[in-house]
Ligand binder design. Structure first.
Ligand code: LMR
Length: 331
């Protein structure tokens, strides 16, 4: 009799905890073996640990659930609870201040970048997502982008007439146009094939994305320009987040804090490892520009800052320049 009671109580407890488990679908478009891929798995493990299994985070890498624009819509309607889109994805959503992150040569180092992302300006930008039903939780780094193509890219003139795949971003469009290239907006999951078939001639990426998408198989040249930043905002559906029990939300915030430290610690290391991989493959010739060559590209692209200033918002831009010390008018 007593045993039956204990068994029934145990079954009830298991049943209750099973029904009480919250599932967070975390979707992203890049490979598992990238800074974002690894940090999202780290977050899932921490969330399980800190909530003692009350929350299960399911990570879907490589556009397995959604790609590009679709994933943002899915988050807003609540079909997926968490994403880490690149910061470039918020301009098309109407929050144009984020386009400041896309501006060429805005940051020369992670240290300059962190003054924005880890300071009050970064928090103020995330708050601008709330009217869209989105709660911003953290910034995760990837790294600085390099250009690739099937012919060498050393001087601005080498970009002329070539088609470059970019993410959907008015700033990135202008960046490509500033050197006479032709911008082609395309979902990340389609880039490899577009390069392979010659639909586009080149692209821009941090090396971790380039290598894990095997773009080195279909691009003969890469120049380590570090001309722009690619990073992410981890975001969640605001209604979902606000509806979580306060203790669980607190535990998830802690898990996110730890995942963010991890993400930003591994970003450079992962990109360096991928660069080694690209070099070892022997398929893409990797070129490091001289200081003069890099400066020539910077000068050619500087007008993009002035051209896009009204669109992005001069107030936001001044905050960025204050943090980074960059002054496009002085080039
Ligand atoms: C891209 O489309 O190039 C990026 O958004 C991919 C990424 O790193 O999320």
């Amino acid at each position: 009799m007593k045993l039956k009671f204990v068994l029934a109580a145990a079954l009830l407890a298991v049943g209750l905890s099973a029904t009480a488990q919250t599932i967070i679908k975390f979707s992203h478009v890049v490979a598992a073996d990238t800074p974002k891929g690894k940090a999202s798995v780290f977050f899932a493990q921490k969330a399980a640990e800190l909530t003692k299994g009350k929350v299960k985070v399911e990570v879907y890498a490589n556009s397995a659930l959604y790609k590009d624009k679709e994933e943002m819509e899915a988050l807003q309607i609540g079909s997926v609870q968490m994403l880490a889109p690149s910061l470039a994805k918020f301009g098309p959503l109407g929050v144009k201040d984020f386009e400041a992150f896309d501006l060429p040569f805005m940051f020369d180092s992670y240290a300059e970048l962190h003054k924005v992302t880890q300071g009050p300006e970064g928090a103020a930008l995330l708050a601008k997502l709330e009217p869209k039903g989105i709660k911003g939780l953290a910034y995760w780094d990837n790294g600085f982008k390099s250009f690739s193509a099937n012919s060498p890219l050393k001087a601005p003139a080498d970009f002329k007439g070539k088609k470059f795949r970019i993410q959907s971003s008015k700033v990135l469009e202008e960046q490509i146009r500033s050197v006479g290239g032709i911008p082609q907006v395309m979902a990340f999951s389609e880039v490899y094939q577009a390069l392979q078939t010659g639909v586009v001639d080149g692209t821009e990426n941090p090396i971790s994305n380039f290598y894990t998408q095997k773009m080195h198989e279909v691009q003969k040249h890469m120049t380590l320009t570090d001309h722009g930043y690619l990073g992410y905002a981890v975001i969640t559906n605001k209604k979902f987040w606000d509806g979580l029990p306060a203790d669980v939300r607190g535990q998830l915030e802690q898990a996110m804090k730890e995942a963010t430290v991890y993400a930003n610690q591994i970003a450079k290391e992962e990109n360096d490892k991928s660069l080694e991989g690209v070099k070892k493959s022997g398929k893409t010739t990797v070129y490091t520009p001289t200081a003069e060559e890099r400066l020539a590209l910077k000068k050619a692209m500087a007008p993009v800052h002035l051209k896009m200033a009204d669109r992005i918002g001069k107030g936001t831009l001044q905050q960025f320049y204050k943090a980074t010390g960059f002054d496009p008018a002085k080039l």
